[in-house]
Unconditional design. Structure first.
Lengths: 303, 297
């Protein structure tokens, strides 16, 4: 089973260097001089500085406006009070926004992955005629800028009654991501062991059965990485939801929070709290799915 | 790519049909419509009036349009060039130096930390930095406290500074992407190659330029192309951080198109702007594709 992860983990197009597994690096010259600790210290400082904005919004979200004005942004709060965060939470109806974002992202993942699986099954395994042309087509629509599509979509959605609704929006974004998924999965499927398909075919399995019983289980490693990515992408979308989802009942987390920009000039720590609320769900997600995220990135980028 | 028995492939077309049709309907139809609108004058209601290439001639005489393209050059530096160069050095440092001396654990932590901004919603990142850089925000408050009040600025409100601030925020957001890609590309290097080079007296810099960079060529290429395309599409960061201002000092084409669509009801003109971006993106992507195909043979 593990062999199926190979196309994901390692792009095939490169000359493979003779097996030199990373971990088993035999290294007699593993000297840790004072210099190397200095480098570690320098990099640590750099990374901490890099992440300091998160720390800054964390401490300031718990301050009252008066505390902030008196002590500035670097001090710890005089008292850790939750009132500012609670205030912003209620004001943006954050619970509703979270539910919206989760519903939409799950729907997007489902639509995108199913469509991509079907497309790639036909292109990568079925090797349908004109498959290269189809692949180029999907690659092309994958790079289309949203601003080049958004107005007609806005107009058509209004005509069709899909405007300001989760359904139309979810389908749209799902289809958009399916193009990328098709491209990625097709290249994984093109190296799928043919004997398996042929054997099943000889046993009388139809195309649906082969897809469902053989291809799907074996491509799960790639699919799961795709799911994680599509979820993050969908969560972070901005232009489409800005135009297409306007009511509180439908808006996603980034949208709901970004409308606060500029509303809180009198209350500096509320903006900090809003940013914190936006950051937390994705940090949690990142901590859970870190491996998929860093591994999957390589799969998609270098074919 | 040899074609295997055609008859066998026929039953698969059924699987391609839904995805293909939906993509045509939701992605290609709007694309064609935008192109058509770009040849008209239209306010979004009533019927568009066909005006030929008028919008495009207007575009090329529009100072805002040229400003938005000048700014996009900056954006590409911030989103493609700087993170790539910085990511290359950091990846080599983490992999080749720290990883070898102190193990993969600490390298993993550093890498995760630097990758984190990549998963935060762009709009939220904009919100966060917008607050940090605000007149009453974190940076000015720090400067105030340490007695450098004279250095406080309206970071995003000063036309000379705003674009630089946007650029810095973009670098911060983007660094993790090339870093993670490069670090995984470096796994392909045979450690003995490095060791042999060291034995021959190669300095770190020589190994970097002669081994590391050439091996990472595929990744470098992908990063530069994908981030350049992403740069052309930049919207949310600008929308949340500066709204294109002050004046047109941080205006970008995507935001300029958005303004024409939804704030000025000048749909034809907005369509001409977005058609121009779309064309640019397709040209860049097409060049990449044909080059890659050629290299693959």
């Amino acid at each position: 089973m593990t062999t199926t992860t190979e196309p994901t983990a390692r792009p095939r197009t490169h000359k493979r260097v003779p097996a030199a597994p990373n971990r088993a690096r035999k290294n007699p010259t593993r000297k840790r001089g004072p210099g190397s600790y200095a480098v570690i210290a320098a990099v640590t400082v750099f990374v901490l500085a890099f992440l300091s904005p998160f720390a800054i919004i964390l401490v300031n979200s718990f301050k009252t406006g008066a505390d902030y004005r008196a002590n500035g942004s670097l001090s710890l709060p005089e008292q850790w009070n939750w009132s500012v965060i609670g205030d912003v939470w209620e004001r943006v109806e954050f619970t509703q926004k979270l539910i919206n974002s989760i519903q939409i992202s799950l729907g997007v993942v489902l639509i995108a992955v199913v469509l991509a699986l079907f497309n790639a099954y036909a292109i990568g395994i079925g090797r349908v005629r004109w498959r290269t042309a189809f692949l180029v087509f999907f690659l092309g629509v994958n790079v289309l800028p949203q601003e080049g599509l958004v107005y007609p979509i806005y107009y058509l959605f209004k005509e069709m009654g899909l405007y300001d609704g989760k359904l139309g929006y979810t389908i749209l974004v799902g289809i958009t991501y399916s193009a990328f998924g098709t491209y990625l999965l097709s290249s994984v499927f093109s190296s799928f062991p043919k004997e398996l398909i042929e054997a099943a075919s000889l046993d009388g399995a139809g195309r649906w059965t082969i897809l469902w019983r053989i291809v799907l289980p074996m491509s799960w490693p790639t699919l799961s990485v795709m799911c994680v990515f599509f979820f993050v992408w969908s969560w972070n979308e901005f232009l489409y939801p800005l135009v297409l989802l306007i009511s509180n009942d439908n808006q996603t987390v980034p949208l709901g929070l970004s409308v606060l920009q500029g509303q809180y000039s009198s209350d500096p720590t509320s903006m900090s709290a809003a940013a914190l609320l936006g950051v937390i769900p994705m940090i949690v997600f990142f901590l859970i799915f870190q491996r998929s995220l860093t591994r999957g990135l390589t799969a998609g980028a270098v074919k | 790519m040899k074609t295997t028995r055609h008859p066998r492939s026929t039953g698969y077309a059924v699987f391609l049909a839904p995805g293909l049709l939906l993509s045509l309907l939701f992605l290609v139809v709007p694309l064609v419509m935008t192109f058509y609108y770009s040849l008209t004058t239209w306010q979004g209601i009533g019927d568009p009036t066909f005006t030929g290439l008028d919008n495009y001639t207007r575009l090329f005489q529009d100072a805002d349009f040229w400003a938005s393209f000048r700014n996009i050059a900056f954006v590409i530096v911030g989103i493609a060039v700087v993170p790539t160069v910085l990511g290359l050095f950091l990846a080599a440092l983490l992999f080749d130096y720290i990883g070898k001396k102190h193990g993969d654990g600490i390298v993993g932590i550093f890498r995760s930390g630097l990758y984190l901004p990549q998963v935060i919603p762009v709009a939220v990142t904009g919100l966060m930095w917008g607050w940090i850089l605000a007149p009453e925000g974190a940076i000015n408050s720090i400067l105030d406290k340490v007695g450098l009040a004279s250095l406080t600025q309206n970071w995003l409100g000063d036309p000379d500074l705003a674009l630089w601030m946007v650029l810095a925020v973009l670098v911060w957001m983007q660094l993790g992407y090339p870093l993670v890609l490069f670090m995984s590309g470096l796994q392909r290097i045979d450690p003995e190659l490095y060791e042999a080079a060291s034995l021959d007296g190669a300095t770190w810099w020589q190994r970097f330029t002669r081994i590391t960079v050439p091996i990472l060529r595929p990744e470098l290429y992908v990063v530069l192309v994908t981030t350049t395309i992403a740069g052309l599409k930049v919207f949310a960061q600008i929308f949340v951080l500066t709204g294109g201002g002050p004046g047109n000092s941080t205006l970008v084409p995507a935001y300029f198109a958005y303004q024409n669509f939804f704030e000025r009801a000048d749909v034809g003109y907005g369509s001409a702007i977005s058609t121009t971006i779309t064309l640019l993106v397709l040209i860049i992507a097409g060049t990449m594709l044909t080059r890659q195909a050629r290299e693959d043979g």
